[in-house]
Design a protein around this ligand. Structure first.
Ligand code: NAD
Length: 307
């Protein structure tokens, strides 16, 4: 029987995780409280597979099978027990994630993962009855293009669970790293440091966002500058992560006032059409060219990503 893969949250990341899980042959159940968002995500998945067919990356049959394998659910209460995997990808808020994970655990998945970018797994596992089956499964945006899967091993995570996470990475075509459970793990702690400093530099008037990004792309060979990356991640998401890291490591991660102001003004980056750049139909308009990871899974993988 086809194994079931449950994704909780159909936002930027949930959509991407659903995409790769369906492509790997799972029956995907996409759980989203906001009905309009859930329906938009399912429609977007269909468009992405349609485009993959047009580009010759998938056959029409494969695309139809992927589409048919995704079912939208309005809540975890609609999901049958004992799926193979549940990954939560709800916003980066401790209490929200804890509540979702507690509900998810009652369904007794063989593997329970959180896509958290920064919250310690031990904290998320605080009230779980079976924390040994739980670990961090940190995917990167856009999920279809980014090869990395950061597997975060909490103090209670069983060795068997880490192995199951590695096997999952393999099935999804991801290249994993296994990291110790510290807030920000191996990636966000460094990545957010660069992003926050770049935002302070914009506020200081050091250079334009496009020139700061260009400097890092050309001078340090980063495939994408820290401000454009912040636009892709979502300024609200980065703000939440900065606050988590500030609580853990102190004021070196204090969110810059400019970031707080932009989020309050609804300038969230690509998803709202305006951040450090303007975005029209998902494409950055104006400024310098960059080698940003493609948002189209039918194109080649992100530059710099390892397979
Ligand atoms: P998002 O805001 O785009 O999506 C979150 C979705 O969860 C929304 O659609 C929301 O309606 C839904 N949701 C909220 N509560 C829910 C519930 N109880 N049940 C079902 N759905 C619910 O957020 P995102 O950018 O996809 O981030 C999700 C997680 O992934 C966060 O922990 C974030 O830190 C992490 N992450 C984000 C990125 C990125 O680039 N955006 C990269 C790696 C990891």
């Amino acid at each position: 029987m086809t194994q079931r893969f449950v994704v909780v949250g159909a936002g930027t990341m949930g959509l991407g995780i659903a995409y790769v899980a369906a492509g790997a042959g799972y029956a995907v159940e996409l759980v989203e409280l906001d009905r309009a968002r859930g329906e938009a995500a399912v429609e977007r998945l269909a468009q992405l597979w349609e485009r993959a067919v047009q580009r010759g990356k998938l056959t029409a049959e494969q695309a139809a099978a992927n589409r048919a394998s995704v079912t939208l659910r309005a809540g975890l209460g609609e999901v049958a027990p004992e799926p193979a995997v549940i990954v939560e990808a709800v916003p980066e808020r401790l209490e929200l994630k804890r509540a979702v994970l507690a509900e998810a655990e009652r369904l007794e998945p063989a593997l329970l993962g959180s896509n958290t970018s920064s919250i310690a797994i031990a904290e998320l596992a605080g009230e779980l009855a079976r924390p040994e089956r739980f670990c961090g499964l940190h995917f990167f945006n856009p999920v279809w293009a980014m090869a990395l899967l950061e597997i975060v091993v909490g103090p209670a995570t069983a060795a068997q669970t880490t192995e199951a996470a590695r096997a999952l990475a393999d099935r999804l075509g991801k290249d994993p790293v296994v990291v110790r459970d510290m807030p920000g793990f191996a990636t966000s702690r460094l990545g957010v440091t660069l992003g926050l400093e770049a935002i302070r530099m914009v506020a200081d008037g050091v250079a334009s966002p496009a020139d700061i990004d260009k400097a890092m792309a050309l001078g340090y060979r980063h495939p994408i500058g820290p401000l454009e990356l912040t636009d892709l991640v979502g300024l609200d998401v980065r703000l939440d992560i900065a606050r988590t890291l500030q609580a853990a490591y102190g004021d070196r991660f204090a969110p810059p006032p400019l970031l707080v102001e932009m989020v309050a003004a609804g300038r969230l980056g690509k998803k709202s059409g305006q951040g450090f750049y303007q975005w029209v139909d998902g494409v950055r308009s104006g400024g310098t060219e960059s080698a940003a990871p493609t948002t189209d899974p039918a194109s080649d993988a992100a530059p710099g990503a390892t397979r």
